[in-house]
Design a protein around this ligand. Structure first.
Ligand SMILES: [Zn+2]
Length: 257
């Protein structure tokens, strides 16, 4: 039986819930520029792949369709942008979360492959804890997954964290070469903002990517390769799996005691 809600019938969902499949993963991507060499749907493709990998390790999980639009206003000024206000995305998650809880789901995993969704996710968690109190909310974001394992994959290949980059750099480009190589324009791949990724964050918040990198790239994608992309994705999935296994929702820890 498929675990994808969009491919299931309602009796199949009913039976799955009765059999204890009471987790739903809601994957979230974005439609935003990813440099001159990656498609706008990069984070949406990545969200689908990360979710597929995670669901393989979570036998009790059903998978909701990927949300293809997130909070991406930091990419304002680059054509192709679709974006939601934090409030809009939070409300969408809360609205769906309330319905999901009503058909018997106990845990909602919000898996975002786009870092800019973080504020909306926290807002949604707070509200769902008030409005759907039986529903445990877990948040998995790209920052959660910047695990030592991910960094180790880069280091083993001699790739610096600044080349891996925060956006459309070696990391995401390698992942896309693994996932959708036909969509990667490697002949257009060029070094973007090349400074420290940790130091650029305050400037990004103040002026957006357009003010920091004319191409939209943070990092250097030129050394990207598909096999390393597969390893990055596996490291992220492993990080998510361990996060879910170790960090229980404090409210539910109290209930368990
Ligand atoms: Zn991305």
């Amino acid at each position: 039986m498929s675990l994808m809600l969009a491919e299931m019938t309602w009796p199949e969902v009913e039976r799955a819930i009765a059999a204890g499949m009471t987790t739903v993963i809601l994957p979230m991507g974005a439609t935003e520029q990813h440099g001159p060499h990656l498609p706008l749907g990069t984070d949406t493709f990545r969200a689908a792949s990360l979710t597929e990998g995670l669901s393989g390790a979570l036998p009790e999980a059903l998978v909701a369709p990927v949300l293809p639009v997130g909070c991406s206003d930091e990419h304002t000024g680059f054509p192709g942008l679709l974006s939601l206000d934090h409030e809009t995305l939070a409300r969408l998650i809360v609205d769906c979360g309330r319905r999901i809880a009503a058909w018997g789901v106990r845990r909602l995993v919000l898996l975002s492959a786009h870092g800019g969704n973080g504020e909306a996710l926290e807002l949604a968690r707070t509200r769902l804890q008030e409005q759907a109190s039986g529903l445990e909310i877990r948040i998995l974001t790209s920052s959660t997954a910047l695990s030592e394992a991910f960094a180790a994959v880069a280091a083993a290949a001699g790739i610096s964290p600044d080349d891996v980059g925060l956006h459309a750099g070696e990391g995401e480009t390698s992942e896309m070469l693994h996932l959708r190589p036909e969509l990667v324009r490697m002949d257009r791949a060029a070094a973007g903002y090349a400074g420290s990724m940790s130091e650029v964050m305050p400037r990004l918040r103040a002026v957006g990517l357009r003010g920091v990198t004319p191409t939209g790239t943070l990092g250097d994608p030129r050394a990207a390769c598909a096999s390393r992309g597969a390893k990055y994705l596996a490291a992220e999935i492993d990080g998510y799996r361990r996060t879910l296994a170790t960090e229980a929702d404090p409210r539910f820890e109290v209930v368990a005691r």
